[in-house]
Design a protein around this ligand. Structure first.
Ligand SMILES: Cc1cc2nc3c(=O)[nH]c(=O)nc-3n(C[C@H](O)[C@H](O)[C@H](O)COP(=O)(O)O)c2cc1C
Length: 376
């Protein structure tokens, strides 16, 4: 069976882009049984060393659920054994006050084909006091060194963080250079995903993006996808109703089957991220494309060359009925256009193939953009 989604990061393959985010004291090997439709299940968060376990103990005294264990790696391995090999990608969300236990956890995760997620999200006082969780974000250099060390194990590495704590983009650009694979971003504070932030991260980094917080409906899931999330994740909504995973997976699969690009961007003139340049006309009139090209540091000529160059030898080349004589300049599938549809018919190009080519064209455009120089 071929994959409906082409979603892999390193050695981790996701069967779909809907994840269950970690909840300490809840998302363990047993809770997994109600989440088997998910594309990714993140176990944890686990405290790994004496300092973090003592903090977890204090937090538990206050009534917060925590995974308490004398030998946390054994607990994690027992959970990994319960959930591995069932077709769901697995992650472990971890916290420690020093590097060694994190390296041991990374090695363990890798040996089970799981990814590791560094918890820079927790803001409980007890963790902050020992330099763990959200406070990690404030030491950009220290965090990038930590990422580089963890990546030496070969683990697929995610960073879980909340938006609005630090200037996200410079931090994530640095962490990407240090080897970070995935940013799992909790855009707390907005009702649903903070699409402006997600677009900024999509345009300015090459990281795999998991968008999180208050994704409870198709509309919020779609908003996150359209802004550029590769994946969405849910925590509290799963506790309330585990069936929400299945319903969002079905929705996303339907979108993928229909269009072939579940996280397709909007048109640039409708506020799309830079991938949306794939839908643009030539930059010949006064319209928002000029601002987008300036942000991307692409001249109109270079942009036109990239598009026309890509079109050559694909079915996007030419298009006698289209506005600009080539389908590389044609618009998004959800916009009705009898000219585009007429050319598609002429070329025996169905909508899925058309969208597939436009997606590749978007990849080609993004490859030509220096993400460090994108003005956001
Ligand atoms: C009870 C509970 C425990 C949580 N524990 C963790 C944790 O250990 N590590 C972590 O990165 N995030 C943790 N989170 C945050 C969630 O993963 C998620 O980011 C947050 O709840 C927002 O997403 P949601 O709106 O889908 O719930 C926890 C959330 C809850 C409600």
């Amino acid at each position: 069976m071929t994959d409906l989604f082409d979603l892999t990061v390193g050695y981790v393959r996701f069967k779909n882009p809907v994840a269950v985010a970690s909840m300490a004291g809840i998302t363990d090997g047993a809770f997994f049984d109600s989440c088997t439709d998910a594309g990714l299940y993140i176990l944890g968060g686990y405290s790994l060393d004496t300092a973090t376990m003592a903090a977890s103990g204090e937090m538990a005294k206050r009534g917060r659920k925590e995974f308490i264990a004398e030998r946390p790696l054994e607990l994690i391995e027992a959970d990994l054994k319960k959930v591995s090999g069932k077709g769901v990608a697995i992650g472990i969300n971890v916290r420690a006050a020093s590097l060694e236990p994190l390296i041991a956890a990374a090695e363990l995760a890798k040996s089970y084909g799981a990814m590791m997620e560094l918890n820079a999200h927790c803001r409980q006082e007890e963790m902050a006091a020992i330099g763990v969780g959200e406070v990690l974000l404030k030491d950009r250099v220290g965090l990038s060194r930590m990422v580089a060390e963890l990546k030496k194990t070969g683990v697929v590495l995610s960073l879980k963080m909340r938006a609005g704590i630090v200037d996200e983009l410079p931090l994530l650009r640095l962490l990407e250079k240090a080897g970070l694979d995935i940013v799992h971003i909790d855009t707390m504070g907005s009702r649903g995903p903070n699409v402006n932030l997600i677009k900024k991260l999509r345009d300015g980094t090459g990281l795999f993006i998991i968008g999180n917080n208050s994704i409870t409906r198709y509309e919020t899931a779609q908003a996150a996808y359209s802004a550029g999330c590769d994946m969405i994740s849910l925590a509290r909504p799963v506790m309330e109703n585990p069936k929400i995973i299945k319903s969002l997976v079905t929705y996303t699969e339907d979108q993928q089957r229909m269009s072939g690009w579940y996280n397709a961007p909007s048109h640039i003139c409708r506020g799309g991220d830079l991938r949306g340049l794939t839908w643009c006309c030539p930059p010949v009139k006064d319209c928002p494309i000029h601002m987008a090209l300036r942000r991307a540091n692409l001249s109109p000529d270079t942009f036109a060359r990239i598009k026309m160059g890509f079109g050559k030898a694909t079915k996007l080349e030419g298009g006698s009925m289209t506005c600009f004589g080539s389908m590389v300049w044609c618009c998004k599938f959800n916009k009705h256009c009898y000219l585009r549809d007429g050319s598609m018919e002429e070329k025996a190009l169905d909508m899925k193939e058309y969208v597939g080519l436009k997606k590749k064209l978007a990849d080609e455009i993004m490859k030509n953009i220096d993400k460090d120089r994108v003005v956001t």
